[in-house]
Design a protein around this ligand. Structure first.
Ligand code: HEM
Length: 165
């Protein structure tokens, strides 16, 4: 979708902060060394390696990868422009569709569907959230953003007001 790069950037930034497929279970095929970087309570950064034996069961925590401060600048902030400028290392290693030979086969289809639905909705309607009785902006944002974690992350039900443009 070369004509709607910002729409795709908004979609990716939303997926980054609200990873739909939360855990990627894997069976390790061969002995592997995984390098990783961490920090202690004093902010001291250190580099390590984890040796993993063939046959081990491994779970990749995709939401944690998506908020890795070594991969994304200000990882908690919603910044679609990071997908346009591509200065964050993480945008080239996004795990939301997994990676490698078992990566999501429907990624392109999902991208096209999401761009089409969001693009048409934004073109045709002015959209606004409907707060619950006595609810302030902050409370409404918290409620709407709270997903339920089952097999994958699902958004809660909320009301949206649509006005034809
Ligand atoms: C936003 C939408 C989607 C997201 C975030 C997503 C994410 C993922 C992820 C993370 C995996 C890897 C799971 C794992 O390794 O355990 C996966 C696999 C897969 N996805 Fe998706 N997916 C999406 C939409 C779709 C759609 C629309 C289709 C089909 C039309 C699809 C078909 C598949 C299939 C068949 C696999 C298994 C691939 C394999 O194991 O070789 N996905 N998806």
């Amino acid at each position: 979708m070369p004509n709607l790069p910002l729409t795709l950037a908004v979609i990716y930034e939303s997926l980054r902060l609200r990873d739909l497929v939360m855990t990627l279970p894997k069976l390790v095929a061969e002995d592997t060394i995984i390098p990783y970087t961490t920090w202690d309570d004093n902010g001291i950064i250190s580099h390590h390696e984890k040796h993993i034996k063939a046959g081990s069961h491994l779970i990749i925590d995709s939401p944690a990868c998506s908020r890795n401060p070594f991969a994304y600048s200000n990882p908690e902030s919603f910044n679609p422009m990071r997908w346009i400028t591509k200065t964050d290392m993480g945008v080239n290693n996004f795990s939301g569709f997994s990676m490698g030979v078992r990566a999501c086969i429907g990624k392109r289809m999902a991208e096209i569907e999401m761009i089409t639905v969001i693009g048409v909705m934004c073109k045709e309607f002015r959209m606004s959230h409907v707060p619950q009785e006595g609810e302030g902006w902050g409370g409404m944002v918290e409620r709407v953003l709270k997903g339920s974690e089952e097999l994958n992350l699902r958004p809660p039900k909320f009301r949206l007001k649509l006005e034809k443009r």
